[in-house]
Design a protein around this ligand. Structure first.
Ligand SMILES: Nc1ncnc2c1ncn2[C@@H]1O[C@H](COP(=O)(O)OP(=O)(O)OP(=O)(O)O)[C@@H](O)[C@H]1O
Ligand SMILES: O=C(O)[C@H](O)CO
Length: 524
């Protein structure tokens, strides 16, 4: 730590690079932040990521460096909020080689896509893929149970000549419920609901789901054995853990009943579990033992993450450069309490906007706070170095890009989401950083286009937020304590700070954009 700090304290560490001409563009900072978010979402569109991951060469395809021969032997299953668009692209690429398929997608998806003019994400009229809609409100139901049965059936019938392409995206767990008997769907739903309400993380939730399911935790790959299985995954979990995204249906993993029991105990649910759940957890051996599949093989699969927060941030960085800002990717794994996250962005902005030498005290606080919100010290140092270069070397405007999924502790009854709440809190942190012609700007947006139960994906904010709210008689603290960020931004200046991209058809968690203008430096 001392060594890192001395970097900021003593040396003109930024003079390492030659001077460049500032290239700050004509675009307003607000528009720049919105365009950056748009580019991030664009990069992880379901059809785009599939197109980039399957290379068709005559009668073969190359996926993730592996070649597969096509002879009208390709079958497809999928589950998740983005898989309809992914399947539409697979259909275009594979043509006749695609024999049949079943996908499980959210209720009303096809109609919604039609209404939003996204027909390129819909299947052909004479498609061989059956679309099954279900899981209203992101919860497993009878419709998604039927879809899961259809998917299991298709997988079970495959032979060694077949190739099964599995499309997976966020929301996949609720769209593929297959409780291990004798657990009923209702019992499984209750367990999931109560865990979520008790504040279990997605990692905890999906470890429990895996243990109670015939298809999760590698069960689908087992059912498809001896066919070859290839999964294309659009990740919505920090760190892209294959075994946890949609509860890893094609990733064989050992279930440790002790671990599951300790998760249930931690959330004070163990004593109220139904007998069926305790019975299944007490069983030895694989969960799929009583399936009608004759082999006990776990089933091998090639699992490829084809879209993620990292991909979105990298592509957004390219666009940022075209716009004349210098990009730096902080981290795709920002998590933890939204209050700490907002503090970190406030500190980074202060560090970057200092008109004198960057403050070692601020750098120290950044380094102390970062690990609490999932950001490595190395990434913080790299980011501060670029920000320091920006101000000392006259690079022009800098753009810090990050992503992840912070959490909000809900104490009020208002309408909002973690992105709008983060933007609101960062706005307060930036107070006092007004710089002519404009100070730093911060955007936080959910890449799925929806932040909590609101129509907005997030909001854009800056140092003028506090005064603007005061002038319009809006008490920020009151809105914050009631978790009412959506109402706040809707009332402020006619809602112009809200980010409302509409349905984006994808989901790689949230994107954060911190734009720092060129800083006029005091020469002493
Ligand atoms: N009034 C509110 N203010 C702030 N945050 C809220 C509010 N209501 C809900 N949230 C937060 O919104 C999140 C749920 O919203 P959302 O459906 O966008 O989540 P998600 O994790 O992106 O879901 P998914 O990606 O599976 O669709 C939760 O983290 C919850 O704490
Ligand atoms: O479906 C799920 O399990 C979540 O969206 C995480 O992938």
């Amino acid at each position: 730590m001392a060594r890192i700090l001395s970097l900021f304290r003593s040396q003109p560490f930024l003079a390492l690079l030659g001077r460049r001409n500032p290239t700050f563009c004509n675009m307003s900072m607000d528009s720049g932040a919105r365009e950056t978010f748009r580019a991030a979402v664009e990069a992880v569109q379901p059809d785009t990521v599939v197109r980039q991951s399957i290379e068709r060469n005559g009668d073969s395809v190359v996926i993730d460096g592996r070649r597969f021969t096509l002879s009208h032997n390709m079958h497809l299953v999928g589950f998740g909020k983005a898989v309809l668009g992914m399947a539409a692209e697979v259909e275009r690429i594979l043509g006749d080689h695609l024999v049949r398929g079943v996908i499980s997608v959210p209720h009303g998806m096809q109609q919604t896509l039609q209404q939003h003019g996204k027909s390129h994400l819909l299947l052909k009229a004479d498609s061989r893929i059956k679309v099954m809609e279900g899981a209203k409100h992101n919860l497993p139901d009878d419709d998604s149970l039927k879809a899961a049965e259809g998917i299991k059936q298709l997988a079970t019938e495959l032979t060694e000549k077949d190739l099964l392409l599995v499309l997976i995206s966020g929301g996949g767990s609720a769209l593929l419920p297959a409780p291990v008997p004798p657990i009923s769907l209702q019992e499984k739903l209750d367990v999931t609901r109560r865990l979520a309400a008790a504040g279990a993380t997605i990692q905890e939730l999906n470890k429990v789901r895996r243990a109670l399911s015939l298809l999760k935790g590698g069960g689908l790959a087992h059912h498809a054995h001896p066919a070859q299985v290839v999964s294309l995954i659009l990740s919505d979990v920090i760190g892209d853990p294959l075994d946890l995204i949609a509860s890893g249906p094609t990733v064989t993993c050992e279930v440790w009943p002790e671990e599951v029991l300790s998760i249930l105990e931690r959330h004070k649910l163990l004593s109220s579990m139904p007998a069926s759940v305790t019975q299944v957890l007490a069983r030895q051996g694989p969960r799929w033992k009583d399936s009608n599949k004759h082999s006990d093989s776990p089933g091998e699969a090639l699992n490829a993450v084809i879209g993620s927060n990292t991909v979105a941030l990298t592509c957004a960085g390219r666009r940022v450069r075209e716009l004349g800002f210098r990009p730096v990717v902080l981290s795709p794994g920002v998590c933890g309490d939204v209050r700490l996250v907002s503090r970190l962005y406030g500190l980074l902005a202060r560090f970057a906007c200092s008109q004198e030498e960057p403050s070692p005290e601020i750098a120290a606080e950044v380094l102390r706070l970062g690990p609490e919100v999932g950001v490595e010290s190395w990434d913080l140092c790299r980011t501060m170095q670029v920000l320091g270069e920006g101000r000392a070397e006259g690079w022009g405007a800098t753009c810090v890009l990050a992503g992840g999924e912070p959490t909000v502790e809900l104490t009020g009854k208002g309408r909002g989401g973690r992105n709008q709440e983060l933007a609101l809190r960062v706005g307060l942190e930036l107070k006092g950083l007004e710089l002519p012609p404009q100070g730093p700007v911060f955007l936080s947006g959910g890449t799925d286009g929806q932040d909590g139960p609101t129509e907005a994906a997030g909001a854009v904010t800056d140092a003028g937020l506090y005064d603007e709210a005061q002038a319009q008689g809006l008490d920020i603290d009151g809105f914050l304590s009631n978790n009412d960020s959506y109402t706040f931004f809707s009332r402020l200046s006619g809602g112009e700070r809200l980010l409302v991209p509409g349905l984006t058809c994808t989901n790689v968690m949230d994107v954060h954009v911190l734009l720092i203008p060129p800083i006029p430096i005091k020469i002493s």
